[in-house]
Write a protein that binds this ligand. Structure first.
Ligand SMILES: Cc1cc2nc3c(=O)[nH]c(=O)nc-3n(C[C@H](O)[C@H](O)[C@H](O)COP(=O)(O)OP(=O)(O)OC[C@H]3O[C@@H](n4cnc5c(N)ncnc54)[C@H](O)[C@@H]3O)c2cc1C
Length: 284
């Protein structure tokens, strides 16, 4: 376990944006994670649990504390129960379980998250959310105390879990899936559709705004306002999917924030809908 100083956060966000973290550490097991939490506590530093940074807009000024990158990646599949470290790739988990004929996480295969980040955000796609297949979660609080939560004990809503109110880190998860030989086929269809309709090769953070409703998704509202291609600095609304912002030319976090504000204003004026960010705007 190596402590890094002034680590550029742009390297750790799919947006490719962000200043430096004062301290940065990657943890591969619970003991390392405990040590990292203690390091922060002893110095009275804020800490930030980082998955794959696929939903993080870091500040241009960086993060004045400890970023803890999650590399806890154990995996056990026992019949229909899947126990997995929170740093495991959510996309790969979706692919792997579908390949084994297990249904429930096919939607995950297009989401470039960690399992922990997906639970924290209650990530979802294709009519499914992470909570749907979840059985239980192991959590460690800021004092290093481990806790177990059954799914019923966690509050979930659209892109929300009660972990967003807590200070600590999701450590591992158990999912309960069902046998279905068609799972692999379903997963393949999902990934093909996504690759055709979303800008996967660009530097983005997925959808930047929450959908006001299923009938009025944010992308449709933004598109209706003629905003595809709209730019602030190096950040632009994707031509392929209007709810994605692309970092096209060394965009700064400020460019993205200004673009978010302008889109909110224009959409409100032209459609009456308020848009709220889905992307986590990480304070300095
Ligand atoms: C191309 C692309 C497509 C996407 N498609 C989708 C989609 O279809 N559906 C969807 O919902 N999202 C989608 N996203 C957004 C993103 O993948 C999700 O929000 C995902 O849940 C973020 O996971 P992460 O591990 O990258 O978390 P990060 O971005 O690293 O962190 C996000 C938040 O979760 C917290 N966090 C991360 N890990 C933990 C942990 N172990 N314990 C406690 N807190 C933690 C962080 O502190 C932060 O507040 C997409 C993103 C991209 C780039």
């Amino acid at each position: 376990m190596q402590l890094l100083y002034d680590e550029p956060l742009a390297r750790h966000s799919t947006f490719g944006i962000g200043g430096k973290a004062k301290y940065f550490i990657a943890v591969t097991n619970v003991d390392e994670l405990r040590q990292a939490l203690l390091f922060a506590k002893q110095r009275n530093l804020p800490f930030f649990p980082l998955g794959k940074g696929s939903n993080c807009l870091f500040s241009d000024e960086g993060f004045d504390g400890l970023v803890i990158e999650n590399k806890i990646t154990h995996l056990t599949i026992d019949d229909c129960y899947v126990t997995v470290g929170s740093g495991y790739s959510f996309a790969y988990l979706g692919e792997k379980t579908a390949k084994k004929g297990l249904e429930g996480l096919e939607f995950a295969s297009g989401i470039p998250a960690t399992v922990g980040g997906a639970i924290y955000m209650n990530a979802g796609a294709n009519g499914k959310e992470t909570k749907d297949a979840l059985f239980e979660v192991e959590y460690i609080d800021e004092n290093g105390v481990q806790k177990q939560f059954r799914r019923e004990e966690i509050l979930f809503r659209y892109r929300y879990s009660s972990f967003q109110e807590m200070k600590g880190m999701i450590l591992s998860a158990k999912f309960l899936l069902t046998q279905n030989p068609l799972a692999k086929q379903k997963q393949k269809e999902i990934i093909t559709y996504r690759l055709d309709t979303q800008p996967y090769k660009a530097k983005t953070c997925g959808c930047v705004f929450q959908n006001p409703s299923a009938e009025k998704p944010a992308g449709k509202l933004i598109d209706m306002c003629g905003l595809k291609g709209y730019k602030v600095g190096g950040a632009a609304i994707s031509m392929l999917h209007a709810n994605f912002i692309e970092n096209q030319e060394n965009a700064t976090a400020d460019d993205v924030k200004k673009l978010l504000e302008e889109v909110q204003k224009i959409v409100r004026e032209k459609t009456g809908y308020d848009l709220y960010p889905e992307v986590c705007i990480v304070p300095r």
